[in-house]
Design a protein around this ligand. Structure first.
Ligand code: KIV
Ligand code: ZN
Length: 391
């Protein structure tokens, strides 16, 4: 079966950076952009150039240094925004302008005090104007998740007529169920005239914890780009996590959807983003959290020591994590203790292990996690220590 390539559009430097307190300066954006380029993302959304002189400068610098990826700048459907973005992107090898407007009835009424027909005109004008600066223009229909499908199809047709190369269908408020978002993409694939001239893009927010599931449903139903951020950071509950969608597609080859991501760079990139943004990644975060490959219960540890695949679906090395971790706690069993003791140079017989294990449990009930130094002490203070070292 032929594999279809899904474009990864990274918006860590734009939507990700909208997290309060996480603003990045130009040097930080450049450092992260270089790493995103090595990671193999197809598009880097570097910022919103009209928003501040600092962000203009960041998009300009990122445009200069990125070698492989397309560099993209966000705009509203406003002429001045588009002019400023075009200027910031001037040095990009592959520039893209990302322009758009709210299309749900709620946005049309409350944000713009406008009408559906007038929004169609603004969408057309914005794309056509952006097209006068760059060939590659992506159009976003903000709040597409809550936009009625028939009208959304008309918006997409207008954007294609004006020359859009990518149609972004954001679930801006993270409202959709996966089945609903997938059906929306399918509807657009089947009903938008001229859809073969553009690709559909998923841009999902995580307000209900469904951003990753929605993006995957989107590509299963015909979208060809996913917009995402490292560690899933972004406005409110965040965006689709890049590392999650990439590894889901890799772990399910029968979907025949692949990406250009160098997965061994994932952990390093996640750490870099976390450091510069000053946001700590939750330990249980899929793929990149500190516990993603850590095993602490006795039953799991026993299985892992016998064969890693009993409790891990991904080899940690595939995502750039050196090894799985066997964490010793009061819930650990003899197998894990013997395994760690062996790594520290102690070969325990079954009887010695029984004795040391009782010491270990008493110790572990007082302490949350047992380190290597604790193991030395547990063994040294046991009454079988002399036997162990003289063997
Ligand atoms: O969530 C959203 O709708 C966006 C658009 C500006 C693309 O971030
Ligand atoms: Zn967004």
């Amino acid at each position: 079966m032929a594999t279809t390539q899904i474009q990864i559009f990274d918006t860590t430097l734009r939507d990700g950076e909208q997290v309060p307190g996480c603003k990045l300066d130009t040097d930080q954006k450049v450092i992260i952009a270089r790493q995103l380029d090595s990671l193999g993302v197809d598009v880097i959304e570097a910022g919103f150039p009209i928003s501040s002189p600092g962000d203009f400068n960041s998009v300009a610098k990122v445009s200069e240094i990125v070698e492989q990826a397309t560099v993209c700048g966000l705009t509203r459907a406003v002429k001045k925004d588009i002019e400023v973005a075009a200027e910031a992107l001037q040095k990009a090898k592959k520039p893209r302008i990302h322009t758009g407007i709210g299309t749900s009835d709620s946005h049309i009424k409350h944000k713009f005090n406008s009408t559906r027909e007038a929004i169609l005109e603004r969408a057309f004008e914005a794309v056509r104007y952006a097209k006068s600066f760059v060939e590659d223009v992506e159009f976003y229909a903000e709040d597409a998740g809550r936009t009625d499908n028939e009208y959304l199809a008309r918006v997409c047709e207008v954007a294609i007529k004006a020359g859009a190369t990518v149609l972004n269908i954001p679930d801006t408020t993270g409202y959709c169920l996966p089945s609903e978002y997938g059906a929306k993409i399918k509807y657009l694939v089947e009903h938008v005239k001229g859809i073969d001239k553009a690709i559909l893009s998923c841009h999902c927010h995580n307000d209900l914890g469904l951003a990753t599931a929605n993006s995957i449903e989107g590509v299963i139903n015909g979208a060809r780009q996913i917009e995402c951020t490292l560690n899933g950071i972004g406005e409110r509950a965040g965006n689709t996590a890049l590392e999650e969608v990439v590894m889901i597609l890799k772990q399910h080859p029968y979907l025949a959807l692949d990406t250009n991501i160098q997965t061994k760079e994932l952990y390093k990139t996640s750490q870099l983003v976390s450091k510069h943004m000053g946001i700590y990644t939750q330990p249980n975060k899929a793929i990149v959290g500190s516990n993603a490959f850590a095993h602490s219960s006795g039953i799991h540890q026993d299985g892992m020591i016998k064969n890693r695949e009993t409790y891990e679906i991904i080899d940690p090395k595939e995502v750039g994590v050196t090894d799985s971790a066997i964490v010793l706690t009061a819930r650990s069993g003899r197998a894990a203790l013997a395994y760690r003791a062996r790594k520290l140079g102690y070969e325990l017989t079954k009887l010695q292990l029984d004795v040391v294990y009782q010491n270990f449990l008493a110790y572990a009930d007082r302490k949350k996690e047992i380190e290597d130094t604790d193991i030395h002490q547990i063994i040294e203070t046991s009454n079988v220590y002399q036997q162990i070292i003289s063997a």
